[in-house]
Design a protein around this ligand. Sequence first.
Ligand code: NAG
Ligand code: NAG
Ligand code: NAG
Ligand code: NAG
Ligand code: NAG
Ligand code: NAG
Ligand code: NAG
Length: 837
Amino acid sequence: MMLGFLKPVLLMWVSLNLCLVSFSSGFNPVDSYLIDCGSSTNTSVGDRVFIADNLASNLLSTPKDILAKTTLKSITSSEDSQLYQTARVFTGSSTYTFSIRQSGRHWIRLYFYPFIYTGYNMSAAKFSVSTQNHVLLSDFGVESTSILKEFSLNVTSNNIEITFTPSSNSIAFLNAIEVVSVPDGLITDDASTVSPAAQFQGLLPFALETVWRVNMGGPKVIFDNDTLWRTWIPDQSFLVQENLAKNLSKIGAVKYVTGGATQDIAPNTVYGTATVMNSLDDPSSNFNVSWEFNVDPGFQYLVRFHFCDILSKALNELYFNVYIDSWIVVKDLDLSTYLVNTLAAAYYMDFVTVSAVSNKLRVSIGPSTLDGTYPNAILNGLEIMKMNNSMGSLSAADSVIISSDSSSKKNVGVIVGISIGAFIAVILGVVFFMLHRKRRRLARQRESKTWTPFSINEGNSQSMGSKYSNGTTASAIFNYGYRIPFAAVQEAANNFDESWVIGIGGFGKVYKGVLSDGTKVAVKRGNPRSQQGLAEFQTEIEMLSQFRHRHLVSLIGYCDEKNEMILVYEYMENGTLKSHLYGSGLPNLSWKQRLEICIGAARGLHYLHTGYAKAVIHRDVKSANILLDENLMAKVADFGLSKTGPEIDQTHVSTAVKGSFGYLDPEYFRRQQLTEKSDIYSFGVVLFEVLCARPVIDPSLPREMVNLAEWAMKWQKRGQLEQIIDSTLAGKIRPDSLRKFGETAEKCLADYGVDRPSMGDVLWNLEYALQLQEAVTDGDPEENSTNMIGELSPQVNYFGDSSTNVSATQFGGSPVDDLSGVSMSRVFSQLVKSEGR
Ligand SMILES: *[C@@H]1O[C@H](CO)[C@@H](O)[C@H](O)[C@H]1NC(C)=O
Ligand SMILES: *[C@@H]1O[C@H](CO)[C@@H](O)[C@H](O)[C@H]1NC(C)=O
Ligand SMILES: *[C@@H]1O[C@H](CO)[C@@H](O)[C@H](O)[C@H]1NC(C)=O
Ligand SMILES: *[C@@H]1O[C@H](CO)[C@@H](O)[C@H](O)[C@H]1NC(C)=O
Ligand SMILES: *[C@@H]1O[C@H](CO)[C@@H](O)[C@H](O)[C@H]1NC(C)=O
Ligand SMILES: *[C@@H]1O[C@H](CO)[C@@H](O)[C@H](O)[C@H]1NC(C)=O
Ligand SMILES: *[C@@H]1O[C@H](CO)[C@@H](O)[C@H](O)[C@H]1NC(C)=O
């Protein structure tokens, strides 16, 4: 049944995936300059042509044209060796000026191979290379080998000038140059910081130098096999202890799914090979696989991890930790729970390091310490990119080494967030949620009317500067999966056609929609000026991405592009329970249908209250938030107000009572203290609403009837509930069933939370009410009902015994149904424990 409800989701990923792949493999750079310096002919490298020098001489200003050529035949064995046979020699400052048609990030690739040409000894050359805003290289020289330097710069002006300046008494040289557009999404604005764990924003303006680009566990991947003409080198030589690592290759298994990596991020030859722990089938293995890379101290680095679980045979099999230097950057990573629970999905995570103090950067993966997990760990690819320093420079000669004290106050063991463009980390999400719920509440309180996504900072950023928000923002959770491009949402909802609106709430409008593969969805588009803003948007994404249950409406994705707050859900064919009760002219539901709907909703809420280590309180239980699918199966929706509790709130009086009038727990109202018993109260009101088929507040009625809860309780206490039931049910409810139902609702509406039953109790009693009803309809009423009451009698007084723990199986659902989150909850509680110290 899990599968049943996941199916539409899967379909959607597949369809979007296909269009992404076809888009990405055809990346066509708007700007593309390829010059084979010093060459008199064009040179083909793979499917690209580097033009002859004379065709580009108009782009260059240099004091003296010196076109050099070597007679050595094959300089390198690589496919691009031809490029290294010729060079330009610069005796004075020389500048290439490339006009840029489309602003944005551009690769600058510089090819160097020194040789001697008529007295110009390039091996002895020392020079610098800079652009208008950045120093790329200074005091740079190449003694013998061929070197390819790769930079990426966000060019916002209409040209880029690249200047080669020889050091005194020296020359400069260049064998080939590329200036090529980079796809916009390749480097996004956000990443996570390593220490302290937080979100890093503002990556876009940085100039980056690719220092290392490594394919773990596989061969060298050259530009031909990479949509962006990158080269990936094997990892062997970086392994600290080669014997601890093992190769793995399964290129055919790699899946590119929406929200994850695209082929532009890295090709399947990178994702399809990996280095894993060489655990030698020893379940007690406990070691890290580490790689060490030379870096220039004094710079921050953008470290991009490429992951793809080609190791696991099943979901939730592999949990591991990821480290940069001594910092744990991801704890208990379970790759399979990202997105739609799929194995072998390609994705990546970006981290920004603290300014390096050593000339080595170490990256490690190691087993999780969670109980019962088999020790292993995986890494498929890694990129290390140097970020320009405050002087705009990437050159080691300009490095600024700051004392590490202020920036390296570490928080080992704290889980960090991960980059935009990767996935909703279920585990991380939970942890972030737990960690920062309190701060978020504060943030929510001071949330301003103007809606600015991703910038609800706490205002107490630490010494690291304003670019670092404190980990208290939406950040981590927004960074993962489920993200749907705005264009796709817009198309699905027929450009937000007003006639497609199926609901309007405090949050905004809900549209029906159809994804390109035909899957029906409901699209909830937040109104930027809505009072319930970003915080609720976040809460809902967090909740729905963690809580998957057949009686909870599932989230298909979200969109936060262009300041939008859009949530995309599975489509619920039959709308709200409320609409089936009154006011819409829909056919009346039978008593049995109503009981089944109540039972379904109770299951969903029971799962929220008990499925995880900390109870989650829905806070807005009402008939309009119980939706019905095509089979009238009930699912609970709208988690925008949800909170975990109640432990959290014991010391804290929440200032804003939220929820819907008519359903609000009077105790919560009085004491402003939130427990899951408030949901029980609201659910009790729903039960009466279902029975009486009238609004919970109806001001048009005589005073004593206005409030349904009061009115129904009056009749229930008199033992005459049948007087006020929906007239279409008259004579159709078995008295026993009605009595059980009425008692259940009454207990739910007890004045004090402590006197109310748990959701498990409610569920149990509703099941029982259904059985009492069924006894009449099937076969001989008298016989059956007598027998049944006899059999079930110990349970009749169930409310008296709230200490009993009822397991899911007793509710008639399969254990999988109601406890499908159990493995996650174990993980989660562990995380919370480790966090609590
Ligand atoms: C070299 O390439 C340029 C640009 O692609 C083209 O215009 C030119 O005709 C080519 N020259 C030769 C000799 O092939
Ligand atoms: C380039 O930088 C500008 C300004 O920082 C930013 O608005 C733009 O999105 C960036 N473009 C890319 C492709 O990084
Ligand atoms: C060229 O320069 C390199 C590096 O300074 C030096 O080792 C080499 O001897 C020089 N070669 C000649 C022919 O001068
Ligand atoms: C792993 O693969 C690389 C590249 O294919 C190869 O050079 C290396 O020897 C392999 N290592 C092991 C342990 O098989
Ligand atoms: C690279 O691409 C070529 C053809 O374009 C293919 O034959 C080769 O197998 C690819 N290499 C890898 C490592 O996939
Ligand atoms: C793995 O490396 C991290 C960071 O250096 C270290 O804290 C941890 O103890 C290591 N784990 C093992 C099993 O060696
Ligand atoms: C890197 O360069 C950009 C300009 O492109 C500049 O805005 C930024 O401040 C520089 N980085 C740092 C750390 O200062």
